[in-house]
Unconditional design. Structure first.
Length: 102
């Protein structure tokens, strides 16, 4: 299992901006999905589950990040994942959205 981020344009964008910079821009939404890869009848298949989303301008803001992490923890609780898998997923998410301090 791993985390896939999708960047969705919400309001506006600046033409000519490299795609890698979209995640930090104000008009873009960062959406996290949990992806599970399987083989069915010898063919690779992926099952995705929505984890949460946060706007680019709020990635480092304490209050929106706290709300994001609360939603993510609630979603992960419903999946009943092993502890090591869950901690790996949380580390992947923390690379994009740092956990706010107490």
């Amino acid at each position: 299992m791993y985390v896939r981020w999708k960047i969705k344009k919400v309001e506006f964008g600046i033409w000519g901006t490299p795609a890698s910079d979209y995640a930090l821009m104000e008009g873009y939404l960062n959406v996290a999905y949990l992806v599970e890869s399987k083989r069915i009848n010898g063919k690779p298949r992926q099952k995705t589950r929505y984890l949460g989303s946060i706007r680019g301008r709020y990635l480092t803001s304490a209050e929106p990040a706290r709300d994001f992490w609360q939603r993510v923890h609630a979603k992960l609780d419903t999946f009943r994942l092993p502890d090591d898998v869950r901690s790996s997923i949380e580390q992947q998410l923390a690379q994009r959205v740092p956990r706010p301090s107490e």
